[in-house]
Design a protein around this ligand. Structure first.
Ligand code: B12
Length: 304
C-alpha cells in the first residue's frame, strides 16, 4: 500500500495488491476498473491505483470474499480474527482479541480488529453494540480492583476514537442534499464514545452528521439546530441527569427547536432514567442497532 499524491489523500492499492487481498488475479481487478465497477485513478505513468476507501466500499458492496485481510487493513491481525460474518462465534473471537489489545495497550491491534470486521461487512451499529460495548464494560470493572483501571479506561477510549475516525473515512460520502443529523452528549456527561457512535451510525445510514461531542450544553445544541436544521437530533445520556423531570424538560426544548421542519429527537444511553410520556417526535432508543433501524425509516420517508 502506498501514498500517492495524484489520487488525493489516503492510502492506495495497486491492482496486484488488491488482487492479492481478494485472492483474484491482477487482471480481474484491472477489468473491474475498466468496466467501471471499481473506481481508480491513473498515475502519471498510466498505472491504475485504487484508494483503500474505494476498495473497502467495493468489498462491502459486492460481498467479495477477502483472502488476506491484512493487505486491506494495512496491519497484521490477531490469528483468531478473520474477516468474518456478523455471527456469535465471530463476535466472541473478536471481542476476546479486542479485549486483549485494549488491556495490553496495543492500539494497532485494536485498530486492525475493528477495521477487519468492518471490511468483512459488519455494520457500525453491530461493532458498537457488540465487541466495543462488551470490551468497554469489562474495562469498566477494572478500576474496582486495580489502580491502572482508569488509565486503561482513558487509553481504551482513545483507541476506539482513533479506529472510529478511520472507519469514518471509509464510509460512502452522503450524497448532496442528504438530511442532517446533529447531536451530542448531555451537559456534564464526559463520555465521548456514545455520541461518536451515534454520529457514525447516522453517517452510515446516509445522514450528514454533526457531532458536538461530550458535555454539550442544551443551548449549544439549540443554536446548532437553528444552523443545521437537523432531521434527527440525538442526545446521549451516559450520566444520570439531576432528575427525570430535568431531562424531560431538555428533551421538550430540543423537540421544540426542531419542530419547525418536523425533526425528530432521539435519546439513549446508560444514564437515561425511567421517563414519563414523551412529547411527539421524541424517541427513547436503547442501542445503536435501534438507532440504525430508526435512521433507515427516516431516510426511507425523506427520499419517498
Ligand atoms: C471509559 C469510561 C470512563 C472514562 C470516560 C472517557 C471519555 N472521555 O469518554 C472516564 C475515565 C473519564 C470515566 C470516569 C468515570 N467513570 Co466511567 N466508565 C468508562 C467505561 C469503562 C466505558 C464508557 C464507554 O465509553 N462505554 C462504551 C459505550 C458506548 O457503551 P454504553 O455507554 O453502554 O452505550 C451503549 C448503549 O447504552 C447505547 N447508547 C448509549 N448512548 C446512546 C444514545 C443513543 C441516542 C442511542 C440510540 C443509544 C445509546 O449504545 C451504546 C453501544 O451499544 C464505563 C463502563 C461501561 N459499562 O460502559 C465506565 C463507567 C460508566 N464509569 C463508571 C464510573 C463509576 C466512573 C467514575 C465515577 C469513576 C471512574 N471509574 O473513573 C468517573 C465519573 C465520570 C463522570 N463525570 O460522571 C461506572 C458507572 C457506574 C454507575 N452505575 O454509575 C462504569 C459503569 C464503570 C463501572 N462498572 O463501575 N469513565
Amino acid at each position: 500500500m502506498t501514498l500517492n499524491s495524484q489520487s488525493g489523500p489516503g492510502p492506495v492499492l495497486s491492482p496486484r495488491e488488491l488482487g492479492r487481498a481478494l485472492g483474484v488475479s491482477e487482471s480481474s481487478v484491472k477489468r473491474w476498473v475498466d468496466d467501471g465497477a471499481l473506481a481508480a485513478v491513473k498515475t502519471a505513468g498510466g498505472h491504475r491505483r485504487i484508494a483503500l476507501a474505494e476498495a473497502v466500499r467495493f468489498v462491502r458492496r459486492t460481498g467479495a470474499a477477502v483472502r488476506l485481510p491484512a493487505a486491506l487493513v494495512g496491519a497484521a491481525l490477531p490469528a483468531e480474527v478473520s474477516v468474518a460474518p456478523e455471527d456469535a462465534v465471530a463476535a466472541g473471537a473478536a471481542t476476546e482479541a479486542l479485549w486483549r489489545a485494549v488491556h495490553e495497550d496495543e492500539p494497532e491491534a485494536a485498530r486492525a480488529i475493528l477495521l477487519a470486521l468492518y471490511v468483512g461487512g459488519w455494520t457500525l451499529a453491530a461493532l458498537c453494540d457488540g465487541p466495543v460495548r462488551e470490551v468497554m464494560t469489562r474495562v469498566g470493572e477494572l478500576w474496582h480492583h486495580d489502580d491502572a483501571g482508569i488509565f486503561i479506561e482513558h487509553r481504551a477510549t482513545d483507541m476506539c476514537v482513533h479506529a472510529f475516525a478511520e472507519l469514518r473515512a471509509l464510509l460512502e460520502p452522503a450524497p448532496a442534499g442528504s438530511p442532517v443529523a446533529l447531536g451530542g452528549a448531555s451537559p456534564d456527561d464526559p463520555y465521548l464514545l456514545p455520541s461518536l457512535m451515534a454520529s457514525l451510525v447516522l453517517a452510515e445510514a446516509g445522514f450528514v452528521d454533526r457531532n458536538l461531542g461530550a458535555s454539550t450544553p442544551i443551548a449549544a445544541l439549540t443554536h446548532a439546530a437553528a444552523r443545521y436544521r437537523p432531521r434527527v437530533l440525538w442526545l446521549t445520556c451516559s450520566v444520570p441527569p439531576a432528575s427525570a423531570r430535568a431531562l424531560e424538560a431538555e428533551l421538550a426544548s430540543l423537540a421544540a427547536a426542531v419542530a419547525p421542519w418536523r425533526g425528530d429527537v432521539v435519546v439513549g444511553g446508560r444514564g437515561v432514567p425511567p421517563l414519563g410520556p414523551l412529547p411527539a417526535r421524541v424517541h427513547r432508543l436503547d442501542s445503536m442497532g435501534e438507532l440504525r433501524a430508526f435512521a433507515a425509516g427516516v431516510r426511507a420517508s425523506t427520499s419517498a
